[in-house]
Write a protein that binds this ligand. Structure first.
Ligand SMILES: C[S@@+](CC[C@H](N)C(=O)[O-])C[C@H]1O[C@@H](n2cnc3c(N)ncnc32)[C@H](O)[C@@H]1O
Length: 343
């Protein structure tokens, strides 16, 4: 018998080419030759990467964000869903395993709303499984139609530009899991701006889950870089780069994964640290690291309601409503276009 995992066949719309090999290789080369080296996040989130992140998320008892966000959605799904109009389209950015999405879609179905739900992710196995699971769950009672969009946030922005004249019903962007915090505040505002300025003629709203924890020891316990499950997730990113380049660019023994909280940016950051002077060749370009040089792997910002309001304002948006967990650290925010249009 085959040992291949079962991947249900659902139709996924492939958005564009940003997640494709040649573009990723070029992006890797560009980021590794820039002054501040940042590992492309797309390389962390292949199918294997997502599986490893899920293992970290579900098996690390100190990992509070998913627990706290789920608590909010269980408690407030009915109320949050009231801010999603009839016949709206929901586009979930980085849908992942859709556990929390199911809570919202169930509430919408109870409210007998007709909704087109689009899950966007660049991890094709997980996306295919998730959309299939939602399809089975929701198709019987009707109202909720589920679709999969395979691609990156950048691909989505290009795709939205192409849809601009065809969309009339409201579009709700669902961005859960503090994924917005993988960006620095400037880049988060820039991405929101690009989405908002996609010139769609319909009304746009966002529902964004944000971790606002300000307790540094709680953050350090949660994201401990020595956690083998986190190490496995991060190491897979380097190995994915090797698979992509079809050569051993990054040898496991040359790199150590570390993490620290940077209070000036309210952000937890993971780094790959070179263990000696290294030189590698990618697409004909020589890339050098000096011993102890850090390359940013991924970050997780901890933004309060005040921070979020200031980030979305830069995209011409306002926080219209906020739902918090009982610890008052995690927030789910309803963000709308600013009627005054002022930035
Ligand atoms: C931390 S997980 C969150 C998953 C889910 N939204 C949740 O709240 O549990 C981040 C998800 O975003 C996806 N992702 C990360 N960067 C992305 C990008 N640039 N474009 C599309 N998906 C992305 C990953 O594949 C992963 O499924």
């Amino acid at each position: 018998m085959s040992s291949q995992p079962f991947t249900p066949k659902v139709h996924l719309t492939r958005l564009s080419s940003n997640a494709e090999t040649s573009n990723l290789q070029a992006k890797l080369r560009d980021t590794l030759t820039s002054k501040v080296k940042i590992f492309p996040s797309e390389l962390l989130w292949d199918d294997l990467g997502l599986t490893k992140f899920e293992a970290f998320r579900t098996l690390t008892s100190d990992y509070y964000p998913a627990r706290n966000e789920t608590q909010i959605l269980i408690k407030y799904a009915d109320i949050i869903s009231q801010s999603i109009p009839m016949k709206a389209s929901i586009i979930e950015l980085g849908s992942g395993n859709i556990e929390k999405t199911t809570l919202l879609l169930s509430a919408l179905q109870k409210q007998e709303k007709t909704i087109d739900y689009y899950a966007l992710d660049m991890s094709s196995d997980e996306l295919s499984t998730s959309v299939h699971t939602l399809d089975i769950k929701f198709q019987q009672r009707g109202g909720i139609s589920c679709h999969g969009l395979l691609g990156t946030y950048d691909d989505l922005v290009l795709w939205l530009h192409k849809q601009q004249h065809g969309v009339v019903s409201p579009v709700i962007f669902l961005w859960l899991g503090n994924s917005i915090g993988n960006y620095c505040s400037r880049d988060a505002a820039a991405l929101l701006t690009r989405i908002v300025s996609s010139e769609m003629t319909c009304e746009l709203r966002f529902i964004i889950g944000v971790d606002g924890c300000q307790n540094i020891s709680q953050i350090e316990r949660c994201y401990d870089a020595k956690n083998p499950l986190m190490q496995a997730f991060l190491t897979n990113g380097l190995r994915h780069a090797n698979r992509l380049a079809e050569m051993s660019l990054f040898r496991d023994e040359d790199w150590v994964c570390t993490g620290c909280y940077e209070s000036t940016e309210s952000t937890w950051k993971y780094f790959y640290v070179a263990q000696e002077d290294l030189e590698m060749d990618l697409l004909g370009t020589s890339i050098k690291f000096v011993k102890d040089e850090r390359m940013l792997a991924i970050s997780s910002a901890k933004w309060t309601e005040y921070d979020i309001a200031s980030i979305v304002r830069k995209a011409g948006l306002v926080v219209r409503n906020a739902w918090k967990d009982t610890d008052d650290i995690y927030g789910v925010y309803l963000v709308c276009q600013n009627p005054s249009g002022k930035l």
